[in-house]
Write a protein that binds this ligand. Structure first.
Ligand SMILES: Cc1cc2nc3c(=O)[nH]c(=O)nc-3n(C[C@H](O)[C@H](O)[C@H](O)COP(=O)(O)O)c2cc1C
Length: 172
């Protein structure tokens, strides 16, 4: 099997991370993978906002917990890096463009032996005032929504690849 297929088949969402930060060089490679993702009409409208550091991550996490009325919200699974992928609210293909960029980043992270997982909660709450104020502070344009985030770090658990879904493939 090619390395690319092997990488796709063995990637899994990681939901427990070590405290150690990922090297800047690896982060840059992951971001490059996101930047090289396909986009509708090659519009390349996604922005990748990197959030690192306990204080910033906790401020965002606490605001999300408040916005979704869940005081127990503990995500981002202790990951030391969060990449928020945003695009203009009025761009009709924002969701698929952000999604393919995220998958590119997940695969790049896995290739680098890092863990990652999609964090979805910001999707519908970006314009709640407390969330928007943090997003603005972190550099997300007011005209953007965050359509998904990648939590990235060194896995604290081993993930077993265990999926076979051939029944989802149909030849007409
Ligand atoms: C659109 C989307 C939203 C997701 N949101 C979350 C999330 O908020 N938190 C989380 O832990 N996993 C999230 N996931 C990860 C899925 O739960 C995960 O991909 C799925 O269970 C399959 O497992 P795997 O990634 O290990 O193959 C999301 C995945 C997608 C595609």
């Amino acid at each position: 099997m090619s390395q690319v297929l092997e990488n796709i088949k063995t990637r899994r969402s990681v939901r427990s991370y070590q405290d150690a930060q990922i090297p800047r060089e690896q982060l840059e490679q992951i971001l490059t993978a996101g930047l090289y993702a396909p986009s509708a009409k090659n519009s390349q409208l996604c922005q990748f906002t990197v959030v690192q550091g306990k204080e910033k991550l906790e401020a965002l996490r606490d605001a999300i917990a408040k916005a979704i009325h869940n005081p127990d919200y503990h995500h981002f699974y202790n990951a030391p890096t969060l990449v928020m992928v945003s695009a203009p609210k009025d761009y009709p293909l924002a969701v698929p463009d952000c999604a393919v960029a995220l998958e590119n980043m997940f695969l790049a992270a896995h290739d680098l032996k890092l863990g990652s997982v999609w964090i979805n909660q910001l999707g519908g709450i970006c314009d709640q005032p407390e969330i928007r104020s943090i997003l603005t502070k972190y550099g997300v344009p007011e005209s953007h929504n965050v359509y998904g985030c990648a939590a990235i770090g060194y896995p604290a658990v081993e993930i077993a690849p265990d999926r076979e879904n051939r029944d989802k493939v149909v030849f007409a």
